[in-house]
Write a protein that binds this ligand. Structure first.
Ligand code: S5P
Length: 266
């Protein structure tokens, strides 16, 4: 199926926008901008924004977070056409995740197009996040985790299968999965079993390294896509490079040409 065929099947408007951005920017790259100072954040984002379809944040790691930060982020989003993905990995009872999504310092629902959630607490957490979304007029979506890239993680085939079911059940809100490309076929299995419209986002991508010193594992962009990922998530491989823009172009071109190869052969 082409990206366009897949886009037509999706029930969520954020997923539609992502498909559109992939085609218009010829990019399947997300920048995971895990720097903790606003100055560094915007300096890198300004340079890399033309090449990405989305920026992923961990907003609770940002020094001096305030409303001004969000204003600036949204103005860059409008200027360069990308979406905002807050990687909150919600993992509590429904009532708590709803509060975490909508209230407090960050009021994530106000500005993040997409968020992540674990399914360990059961579907109540997903139901609650979806309910919070339905109470607004915003276009929002959710990505769930059937796998992780960290060594020794406790994810199991049971969690993976349940994630696939939950995504189908709440397909107006859940737009896809975080996938871990480990060369063992488990990511391909998710791709085969998931509906085609679901997007698979693959972190743990780095051209220089195989792992970090804190159990993160990496593969090259080609491997992430070949195994069934649609979109790569790159953090340190870009923002720690001495030339982040040049690095982002390399990741973008390598991931995009692999995706096009996959599309043409399917
Ligand atoms: O399994 C996962 C899921 C996620 S969302 N492994 C990950 O690394 N991530 C996130 O991707 C992680 O929280 C971080 O923000 C990013 C990877 O960063 P990098 O610097 O290792 O590329």
């Amino acid at each position: 199926m082409t990206l366009d065929d897949r886009k037509k099947r999706t029930h969520n408007s954020v997923a539609k926008k992502l498909y559109d951005l992939m085609e218009s920017k010829r990019s399947n790259l997300i920048l995971s901008l895990d720097v903790t100072r606003g100055r560094d954040f915007f300096d890198i984002l300004e340079r890399v924004a033309p090449h990405i379809i989305m920026v992923k944040t961990h907003i609770d790691t940002m020094h001096g977070f305030d409303a001004e930060f969000i204003k600036r982020l949204i103005s860059l989003k409008e200027k360069h056409s990308f979406l905002i993905f807050e990687d909150r990995k919600f993992a509590d009872i429904g009532n708590t995740v709803k509060l975490q999504y909508t209230k407090g310092v960050f009021q994530i629902i106000e500005w993040a197009d997409l968020v992540t959630a674990h399914i360990f607490p059961g579907p109540g957490a997903i139901v609650a996040l979806r309910k919070a979304w339905k109470e607004t007029r915003y276009e929002r979506g959710l990505v769930i985790l059937p796998q992780m890239t960290s060594e020794g993680n406790l994810f199991s085939p049971e969690v993976r299968d349940r994630a696939l079911e939950i995504a189908k059940e709440y397909c107006d809100f859940v737009i896809g999965f975080i996938g871990a490309s480990q060369g063992d076929g488990s990511l391909s299995l998710i791709r085969e079993r998931a509906w085609p419209e679901f997007l698979i986002f693959v972190p743990g991508v780095n051209i220089q390294k195989q792992k970090d010193e804190l159990s993160q594992t990496y593969v090259a962009p080609e491997m992430a896509i070949r195994e069934g990922g649609d979109i790569i998530i790159v953090g340190r491989g870009i923002y720690e490079d001495e030339a982040p823009e040049r690095a982002s172009v390399e990741y973008k071109e390598r991931a995009w040409s692999e995706l096009m190869k996959r599309e043409q052969s399917s």
